[in-house]
Design a protein around this ligand. Sequence first.
Ligand code: 4AD
Ligand code: MG
Length: 435
Amino acid sequence: MNPEPQVIAISAAADHLGRPVAFQGWVRRKRSSGKIRFLILRDGTGIVQGILDTGKAGAETVQAFDQLTVETSLRVTGILQADSRAPGGVELEIRTIRIFQIAEDFPITPKEHGTAFLMAHRHLWLRSSRQQAIQRIRHELSREIRNFLNARDFIELDAPILTANACEGTSTLFETRYFDQGSAYLSQSGQLYMEAGAMAFGRVYCFGPAFRAEKSKTRRHLTEFWMVEPEWAFGDLEAVMSLVEDLVIQLVRRTLEFRLPELELLERDLTGLKCVAAPFPRLSYSEAVATLQDKGFPLSFGDDLGGDEETALASLYDRPVFIHRYPAACKAFYMKQDPADPRLVLNMDLLAPEGYGEIVGGSQREDDLQVLRKRLAAQGLAEAELDWYLDLRRYGSVPHGGFGLGLERVVAWICGLAHVREAIPFPRTLYRLYP
Ligand code: 4AD
Ligand code: MG
């Protein structure tokens, strides 16, 4: 008796030519041509074609094959052969088929489905090649973000999700009861905690979910998204922009290097991505407003830049562009006042090309206790809840800064997606909490 052949990943098939192997996975599709049956099998690492000659195969195997439906789970064994016509250049001559479960009629078919239907079947839609390519790129980006920061001596410091206060404005908080202590809020950003971390460890980052109870229905907004937030002591606005630039360049290069098959599957036009190189243009908010006014936008000093303004500015460049030094009034309380012009803060947004909007927001932080208190008061925020944060300005305050990079926005840009909802496995939006 032959022992059961070893189960291998489809991605490793080319290393096992001429040998008996087993694959475990799901049926993508099947077809017949005379006495020959073809099976396309996927296992999450790739797809492989199996071939069954009904003239030669055992009756049991042929019977099992004929029961297979789309997404039936199975183990197949056979001999791997090189075949230039088959996907991946290899083909399995099927010997045995063991079915785990015969799938019911799979709701997602090769015909066109609307987005609402696909989103309601997100748990099944993730099995498609396109969704897998996106999530593999997302995985690559997460890993590369950590590699980049770890190589620069940042330590990952996890921030709490349940918090007592707002970080990015009180209007977009998800509130929940917290025992007898009143309300807790789902974190909008780990930044304030990272500032404490920076004073303890020098360089830290958190990488986790952030929550915004936004009523926005744009293609750039989720209510739950993932953000990496590096924060470091003695970093000024220049240092923040320079680290963002290095990080974004590395993310694009590594994706082009390691995930080219996925980008090709997504039919991503690579021209724009290949242009991403230093230096990124740096435009002050005042220059940005003047540029937009020239283009006919009815904008005046003090207005925040919306999605259309961002798209118009970004379209002037072939690479991401920094907009820095916004008016204090339209930005968060923690941003440091510009010593050269107290109306402004030392912040920056990085706008991606091709209409993907703001992918990074960051700033130097206000390190002066009295100025910070005034900023809190001006924004109507209670000092008591943030007393711990004020402590960071009482005990060895230093210049420091950091930024937040939104993972889904970067995935959407690099993959060329029409909407950020495809950039996250299970999107949460104004209208979607299921599945
Ligand atoms: O500009 P934001 O709100 O900045 C902060 O939260 C700072 N506390 C970050 C920091 O300095 N540590 O958000 C940062 C980034 C945005 O540039 C965007 O990429 C992403 O997070 N983002 C969103 N992504 C998807 N859906 C939303 N609703 C988002 N809001 C922000
Ligand atoms: Mg922002």
